[in-house]
Design a protein around this ligand. Structure first.
Ligand SMILES: [Zn+2]
Length: 416
């Protein structure tokens, strides 16, 4: 099947660079991009074209860190620091997902909202529940969201109604893995974070990662209290990252959310291993964790992508999270004098840097899967003069409403 889109195409082939093709064409065959350019090539003449007129055709967003069960507690407990927030709100909320009907209702809404906001690729935490995690994967698949989902592992330091034993956690993880058979939503191992997992559990997950060649996601150096706690739990480890490395969970493609307080040595370990830092600006500010040194991470060769981190973050919209990334970096710039992240840089992190995790190329690269959205900015305040496409992109990111997103394509398929 051939899809041909016509409109103003913008994408981010490199960090800090926006490429614009006014009134251009984009073609995909069976979901794979085959052409991006100014004129429609000979072989596509006469085929149906989806003409988006003066609208913007942009890459969809990739959200590489969010907690699906926390969707129901968006905007709650925002005055608490991380560890109190977990104990007061989060664990109790996640425990509710033992109820499959409740999970179905919440996850159906979440999956549809992700698409409505133009997010087509995700890496997500579920809860500890096997059934609810399958339900989440099913609902994402049905809505057109692609990516990875992890059943959470935690066998210590939670609440009594929301904890597994080490043996249960490993057994359920294997049962969950054996039941994963979704075309576009795949499993990722998910030790919640070091304080939640005993050494035995971490070792078991490291073994599974190796034996089944599975990716891993977790949290790293988010908050000072947490970093000090990890040091107490693992006095043999000089730094937080070593608590993952010693169990085989620190490897190429491991996703680590936050990395706010990673020092130079920890940053170097990330760059060397090919670990991806997932920056969650909204969450970092909301629960007063700090402001991650994104510019420094990028300069030191660390692969950085963005996450909404709901519900530490309060915005499911990745356009909003791109803006929050810029804003947080400006606060850091005002304090330290380091240059802030520009619109093209932050947009790259929210699109291309994330899509690359799933095998995407640099922007709308040929051979990559079609993950795109069409933005109609005509309802935004009327501009005083004609705007460049780059200006229209900036304005759309800052002012994005769900209604501005006229169409969404995920893995070549139109899903909105
Ligand atoms: Zn998180």
């Amino acid at each position: 099947m051939t899809t041909i889109l016509h409109g103003n195409i913008l994408h981010a082939p490199r960090f800090g660079e926006v490429s614009a093709i006014p009134k251009g064409y984009l073609a995909a065959e069976d979901g794979a991009l085959t052409y991006v350019g100014e004129t429609l090539p000979e072989q596509y003449q006469g085929l149906p074209v989806e003409d988006w007129g003066d609208r913007l055709i942009l890459p969809s967003f990739a959200d590489l860190h969010l907690h699906a069960p926390q969707y129901v507690m968006l905007g709650m407990g925002m005055d608490l620091p991380l560890l109190d927030w977990l104990n007061t709100y989060t664990f109790r909320t996640e425990a509710r997902f033992a109820d499959g009907d409740f999970a179905r209702k919440v996850y159906r809404k979440l999956a549809r909202e992700l698409i409505a906001w133009g997010t087509t690729r995700v890496v997500m935490f579920s809860s500890i529940h096997t059934e609810a995690t399958w339900i989440l994967m099913e609902e994402l698949e049905a809505a057109g969201v692609t990516g990875y989902v992890g059943k959470v592992n935690m066998d210590r330091n939670s609440s009594p109604d929301y904890q597994e034993t080490c043996e249960e956690s490993l057994r359920e993880t294997e049962r969950w893995l054996d039941g994963c058979h979704f075309a576009h939503v795949r499993p990722i191992l998910t030790p919640r974070f070091t304080p939640s997992c005993s050494d035995g559990l971490m070792a078991g997950l490291g073994k599974l990662a190796r034996e089944r060649n599975l990716p891993v996601q977790s949290h790293l150096s988010e908050n000072r209290g947490e970093v000090a706690w990890v040091k107490e739990l693992h006095p043999d480890c000089g730094r937080y990252w070593e608590t993952y490395a010693k169990f085989g969970l620190w490897k190429k493609g491991t996703l680590m959310a936050h990395c706010v307080h990673s020092d130079q040595a920890e940053q170097a370990a990330m760059a060397e291993a090919g670990v991806v830092a997932v920056h969650c600006a909204a969450s970092n500010v909301n629960i007063c964790s700090g402001t991650a040194p994104v510019r420094q991470l990028v300069d030191r060769g660390v692969w950085v992508a963005l996450g909404s981190d709901i519900a530490g973050g309060d915005q499911l919209s990745m356009a909003a999270n791109v803006v929050l990334t810029i804003r947080a970096s400006k606060v850091k710039a005002m304090e330290t004098g380091a240059p802030f992240l520009t619109v093209p840089e932050a947009w790259y992190l929210g699109t291309t840097a994330g899509h690359r995790y799933f095998g995407g190329g640099e922007g709308f690269a040929l051979g990559g899967r079609l993950h795109a959205m069409v933005v109609d900015d005509s309802a935004l305040p009327p501009p005083a003069r004609e705007l460049s496409l780059q200006e229209r992109l900036e304005r759309s990111l800052y002012l994005m409403e769900k209604d501005c997103i006229a169409a969404v394509y995920s893995d070549g398929r139109r899903v909105k």
